[in-house]
Design a protein around this ligand. Structure first.
Ligand code: ADP
Ligand code: MG
Length: 332
């Protein structure tokens, strides 16, 4: 049974960035305004996410890392209007099955914090009082060590996995308003290296300046269009014309209602339209699709990054028109 649990867990948490993503989303769900991610040896030894959110109340400790434990859905009808990032109670139980899970937490109703250690099965094996601020710190040591083959592959690809984590944190740094994000990496006996640090500004514009720099921002055009009734796309795209883009598609971030997602078709469309006005480069794109939660389904892929729109063709057509308008206005 535990082998099956480990294998299933490897499908929810399939790499380092999906692990970090679940922890960061838990912090954001908990209303955190500061989120700090620390990695040891690019995440190969351990990684932790610390926040100043609501904390976890003692009544949740025992079940915290058990499968399908969640405090976020009280009623099945909630599933139709999920606003929090996580809602299936799978992340902590999966992480726990794949590495060594430690949680430190304190709510505002308690005067001291608690340090919890878990067995791979999700059972609490240590519970003691500690001094700490309100909020939660989740640490995972030796991710994938319980899946030997995957563990080896993980170590071999660690730099690539780390790169994906940084890109993911950039995605949150761009979209999260009023949240300070810090990421550090420590290698060997060296001191902590700060890889990302944001001020928690309150606008997308300021976040873009923090993450990409002012020079990149100056090459962007605001993009705000209603592509269907009730469906707004807002954000920034590279201005048309030479020199405004990049030599690779490394600065393209897409979101649905503020949640980072992969959108291969939208990515392809944006690249194609930009290239028709600017031969070789890739545009910078930060686009948030604000659509009613009934028009898409995030529950399909385990990592919740793949989005399925119910009227995808119409959305793509209407987006194409709006971008063509920006890049080739003479055609209209
Ligand atoms: P889900 O997010 O789908 O509910 P998780 O396995 O990610 O499931 O987390 C399980 C539960 O643990 C959450 O419902 C929440 O109650 C609690 N939790 C996890 N991380 C945090 C955090 N950083 N702050 C507060 N509560 C947390
Ligand atoms: Mg979660």
């Amino acid at each position: 049974k535990s082998a099956v649990h480990r294998i299933c867990s490897g499908q929810v948490i399939f790499d380092l960035s999906s692990a970090v993503k679940e922890l960061v989303e838990n912090s954001l769900d908990a209303g955190a305004t500061t989120v700090e991610v620390n990695l040891k040896a690019y995440g190969e030894e351990w990684f932790k996410v610390a926040d100043n959110g609501s904390g976890i109340s003692p009544s949740n400790f025992q079940a915290l890392a058990l499968k399908h434990h969640t405090s976020k859905i009280s009623d099945f009808s909630d599933l139709n209007s999920v606003v929090t990032f996580g809602f299936r109670g799978e992340a902590l139980s999966s992480l726990c099955a794949l590495g060594k899970l430690t949680v430190e937490t304190r709510t505002k109703d308690e005067s001291v914090g608690t340090h919890l250690e878990f067995e791979h099965s999700g059972v609490v094996i240590s519970n003691r009082k500690i001094a700490r601020q309100v909020g939660t710190t989740v640490t995972i040591e030796k991710l994938f060590s319980t899946l030997p083959v995957r563990g080896k592959e993980f170590s071999r690809n660690i730099r690539k996995e780390y790169g994906k984590v940084i890109s993911l944190l950039n995605a949150y740094a761009l979209i999260a308003k009023g949240v300070r994000l810090l990421c550090t990496n420590t290698v060997g006996k060296n001191s902590k290296m700060v890889v990302l640090k944001t001020q928690g500004s309150s606008s997308l514009k300021d976040n873009i300046i923090t993450v990409f720099g002012l020079n990149t921002f100056k090459c962007l055009e605001p993009f705000n269009v209603t592509i269907l009734e009730g469906c707004q796309v807002e954000g920034f795209l590279s201005k048309p014309g030479p020199g405004s883009g990049r030599n690779s598609g490394d600065r393209q971030f897409f979101y649905v209602n503020g949640r980072p997602v992969d959108m291969p078709k939208v990515t392809k469309l944006v690249n194609e339209l930009y290239k028709s006005s600017n031969s070789k480069q890739y545009p910078v794109a930060v686009l948030n699709f604000c659509i009613p939660t009934t028009s898409y389904d995030v529950n399909v892929a385990p990592d919740k990054r793949k989005i399925f729109f119910s009227s995808e063709q119409t959305i793509l057509l209407s987006l194409r028109e709006a971008i063509e308008n920006l890049y080739n206005p003479q055609q209209c």
